[in-house]
Design a protein around this ligand. Sequence first.
Ligand code: PAF
Length: 278
Amino acid sequence: MKIVHTVAELRAQLARYHHPAFVATMGNLHEGHLALIAQAKPLGDVTVASIFVNRLQFLPHEDFDTYPRTWESDCEKLQTAGCDVLFAPSEQEIYPEPQTFKVQPPTALADILEGQFRPGFFVGVCTVVLKLLACVQPHVALFGKKDYQQLLIIERMVRQFNLPVRIVAAETTRAPDGLALSSRNGYLSESQRTEAVQLSLALKTMAAALRAGACDITALEHQARQALAARGWQPDYLTIRRQADLQAPTAEAAVGEPLVLLGAARIGRTRLIDNLEI
Ligand code: PAF
């Protein structure tokens, strides 16, 4: 695996390829990232990963400084997974001057759910993803469904800016007990780790109730929040939305339309998110 730190080196490295397949990460890699690399490999003639912890998508009180940086093991994992080129730029390389041009995603998509609890998050994500896509110029880029809202917003950005890249959505990788893999799982104590699966179980319970014919969405959401709160969680949201635009379904739509259940909740100081398409 070739490791490059500058855009110039990256361009030189990729010059002889026509179809790079790209996976953007913030490092601290787990099986979920490696599954993206495995999925990327047959989609291009060279597989590129990036590691860049993007300051722009962290709020001042969030974990930018303490976000786990695990360079050595990340490199080993990528190498073993068959990644060909790792782009690991410095902050200076990505933001050589203050990033005064930013991508402003539509409020209807970006100021709800994650965007409500993390204002400005998707401006930071879109801005860096646009920049990374411009650096790598991939033929295809893979993003995990674990970050469902992020994936949808990136798909829209690519579509509305006519970016010449195909976005591929990858299924969430889960631990044997069902917990969605996430770099932030590493913050959990042993007992919190055991408890953590309850977030995905809460979503499954809501899905089962919907399938059984429950149609009072507000009541279902309230019950799910209460159930997690009773176990000591601090839920931000547990909600039923339309897959197409993440808006609340109307009662009639809930019957026929593809829906997604999304949840975000804090266990101790760690905030976890998960979702379930139905
Ligand atoms: O999902 C992530 O790890 C990040 O939001 C991304 C897409 C790499 C942008 O920094």
